[in-house]
Design a protein around this ligand. Sequence first.
Ligand code: TYD
Length: 133
Amino acid sequence: MTLEHVKLIQLPKILDERGNLSFFESNNQIPFPIRRTYWIYDVPGGEARGGHAYHSLQEFIVALSGSFDVILNDGKEEKRFTLNRSYFGLYVPKMIWRHMESFSTNSLALIVADQPYNETDYIRDFEQFKQLH
Ligand code: TYD
């Protein structure tokens, strides 16, 4: 996959004087079935997460609260996405190197994936990642 397959997806936003509501569904707003949900929180200032790619996993990342940057690399090009609205999410296909940084205080990253956790699907060496491309 290349950066062209990455998508910043605007989610529905139901405006209400009682507060707003957004959502996404498997194979609807996001282009895969959800098999796992995890979240990253309490990230100390200056820390980075990620620093890997997946052989076959796809993910969708939403900044439910606060903001952070997702930096994506397809082995040729790099692109930075700042996520800071809970009604936007970033679709990251398989074989895209990613890391996350610049977490604001109290930020909350929600991530849904199309597969259960499986360490053998990770590529944690950037040189190896580039060779696989
Ligand atoms: P990792 O994916 O390396 O975190 P990040 O990409 O945010 O830097 O995962 C960190 C640790 O958590 C690692 O030991 C594996 C474990 N883990 C699970 O057990 N289940 C999961 O769903 C995830 C994402 C991680």
